[in-house]
Design a protein around this ligand. Structure first.
Ligand code: MRU
Length: 356
């Protein structure tokens, strides 16, 4: 199903990674399961492989899976148009449903697919050029939004600050630059940061495997902590901000993000440490009233019972493995989007973004 090929297409020093690449007539994805040990790209040629890559965590992170799915629609349209120049649009619907079902929680996936669907609607003739242009546009807009959020978020950070981040929200999780990690990149470039702490993020270790790989590669020093060291870190006032991304923000401002985000928000409030959420408008979901309505992905118990391929839990133990949690809006000090900063986000303040 997958073909491997070598890494290429690097960017500037402060933002050197592009995990999603369109190369001529196929999609290249940096296989995030192999990082940091190996940098391998997979080459995908059809929607089924793209859906599998999203489901299997080859690519992960809310904006990144949306962009990947958009390119998946291009591959599907090429195949369906070759099969049937008359009925390709109807056939494409099945591919879009397959892609949408790959992971349930990040709204960016459905957001990108709906945008591709609108682009495809009513097209006659070969749909590939126009759909490819739309996918590239979604990709470019994401990087642009990240750069804007980087500037907005960094402006909130005082000189000589230290920050803690969670999961991976960087170039690997987006089109490039990152959301929360974009703010950290911008603050670092502005000379404001003393120290960047990254939490390991069990069970997939996005913090120690991916965030640490990205930051060290872009020469931003990073200090890892275990997830359960966060409370002590904050009790000792070693950070002024905890900065995370989001997979979905509902109409009332609740934030759905990597399991463990809720713990950090509660500890932040207890110790008076700022809790900043950084997410593009493609992550806002005004169709759901609150976080309680979001489909939280449950993943295999095996991910908790094992570390990599090695079983670490006692034989006979079972595990509960929700991939995301829901942080109530009242625990969020500020929400940074590409359109600016919302302090103490709530339903009324978020609604302004809807009407823009
Ligand atoms: O399960 P993952 O690795 O896809 O989870 C990713 C996260 O929770 C990120 O924090 C979120 O997508 C924001 S990334 C810009």
């Amino acid at each position: 199903m997958y073909r491997t090929c070598q890494e290429s297409d690097m960017r500037d020093d402060a933002d050197s990674i592009r995990a999603i690449q369109w190369s001529g007539d196929s999609l290249r994805l940096l296989d995030q399961r192999d990082l940091p040990a190996d940098v391998n790209y997979l080459e995908l040629a059809d929607a089924r492989s793209v859906a599998a890559a999203i489901r299997d965590m080859v690519v992960r992170g809310a904006p990144a899976i949306g962009i990947t799915a958009a390119y998946g629609v291009v591959l599907a349209a090429r195949q369906r148009y070759a099969e049937s120049p008359q009925d390709w649009l109807a056939l494409l619907e099945g591919d879009i449903s397959l892609l949408a079902a790959a992971r349930p929680t990040a709204v960016n996936l459905v957001w990108a697919l709906q945008r591709m669907q609108r682009c495809a609607a009513g097209k006659t003739g070969d749909p590939v050029p126009v759909l490819l242009a739309e996918a590239r546009q979604i990709h470019a807009e994401d990087i642009d939004a990240n750069r804007q959020m980087g500037a907005h978020g960094a402006a909130l950070i005082d000189a000589d600050s230290s920050v803690l981040t969670y999961c991976n929200t960087g170039s690997l999780a987006t089109g490039g630059y990152g959301t929360a990690l974009g703010v950290i990149r911008s603050a670092w470039q502005a000379g404001k940061l003393q120290q960047v702490y990254a939490s390991e993020t069990r069970p997939w270790l996005q913090g120690s495997r991916l965030t640490a790989w990205e930051l060290t590669r872009d020469r931003i020093p990073v200090t890892l902590i275990t997830d359960n060291a966060a409370g002590y870190l904050m009790q000792n006032r070693r950070v002024q901000w905890v900065i995370t991304g989001a997979d979905r923000v509902t109409a009332n401002g609740d934030v759905i993000n990597k399991i463990g985000t809720l713990n950090l928000a509660v500890i932040c409030r207890h110790y008076g440490i700022g809790f900043m959420v950084v997410a593009p408008c493609s992550t806002l979901d005004f169709s759901l009233d609150s976080g309680a309505l979001v489909d939280i992905e449950q993943r295999a118990a095996e991910e908790v019972l094992s570390l990599g391929t090695r079983r670490i839990a006692a034989q006979g133990a079972t595990a509960w493995n929700p991939a995301f949690d829901i942080t109530p809006a009242e625990l969020v000090d500020c929400l940074v989007t590409e359109r600016g900063v919302i302090m103490a986000p709530d339903r009324a303040k978020l609604a302004v973004l809807k009407s823009d």
